[in-house]
Write a protein that binds this ligand. Sequence first.
Ligand SMILES: [Zn+2]
Length: 454
Amino acid sequence: MQEVEDADQWQAHLQGLGYDIALAQRPGRADGCLIGWLPKLRCKGKMILNFDDCLSLQKVPPSVFARFARKNIALVVELEDEGSGKSFLLATTHLYWGSEHEDVRLWQLQVLLESAASHFGSHKPLALCGDLNMLPWGSGYKLLQTGRLEVPRKFRNVERFLVDRDISKAAKPLRLLGLDVSVESGEEREQRPEASQGLRTAKIPLVSRAAREARVLVSASKRLVNRADASLAYFIDARQFEMSLAKLCIDLAVDLSPERFYTRCVKCNGRVIPLADNEQEQDRARAFGAPESGIPLFTCTMCGQIYWFSRDEGSASARARLQVDNLVKLVEKTMQHEGLRCKQELREDLVMASSHFLRDGGGCLEHCWNLRSAYEDVEPKERNLHETVTNSKYGFHGCIDYIWLSPDFQQYQRLQLPTVSDLIEEPGKPLPSMVSSGWPSDHWPMAVDITWTT
Ligand SMILES: [Zn+2]
């Protein structure tokens, strides 16, 4: 069971029915996870997993910490059959919700599977139950079903940024490096609340656009960067502006290949390409004051700005070159200075996939349990009236609860789940919430009877 409140009451009740139980309380929350078993089984080992603790063990930027720290937990017990001396693992968890936090759920799921494997060993039969807050067509389901999932990296080799208008000067050097850098518009800036409280909770156009356009938010405001819903954000210390930019290039593994430099328009972020060799374009270049000397000319595909490299030391292009040279030098110097850190990164083979996922904002997730959902045959592949429902609340409904079994278990009967058409009151209207005075949960119960072998 998960999202169990009044644990003491449950404990007394279940013990009255003859169950032994293990409990795990969510830190700072009213609910927790509970596993109960009858005494013909014996609890050989127990693991309470607080996902936020795993986060604290790693050096992650504050924005990543704020996004991933969700006070979610998991409980895993190893139960031994006293007759045969054989044991299996039973896990239950409640993963973080929300359509914009698929990455958080995937990371939590990976941490759970990894931790169970390293704590108990991965050869044990596993039954994984819980509110995974994942739909059957989502990536978390795929990870559980196939054992492997490649998630596009958001935080490493980053190419797309959105810069806070207050430090819009950061856009120019990044664009000069060839990166796609958008700047918060004046209108977006005006809609940003000034009060610190508002900044923590209000809807901020800059934050939502960064998420929508899959850009890393770059800001000099710690509060903005620490916003939990900021898709991914990087803090620039305005007092050490140059160094902060260099650190951004290092931390986000920006590709500093010279052939990429000067391929973005510093004015509008459009692509810069060689100017077409026709009369009309050459006339246009002349109107911009481009030299006639036959040096290569370039143009922005969006705003039409003409660019060329001037040898004149005071020219805009010479200043741009100097800016790029200085930034690249600072990146190299800082990397040499932090040589120790690079050496540490060489021992990457020792680090778990979940750690890489946190650092990179994506990557390959894997587990070695060959799991199948006990309700696989009735799980929906898309939204429709015959869709199986395990949860309904606040206008949301879906199949988000699961019992995943490794092949050592054979199931022979199970509780039936309702469908949308079973629950619908008025066509076109959202399903009613399951939780009511007559039903204590927004979830439908799931149960399978199993036998198991080893
Ligand atoms: Zn342009």
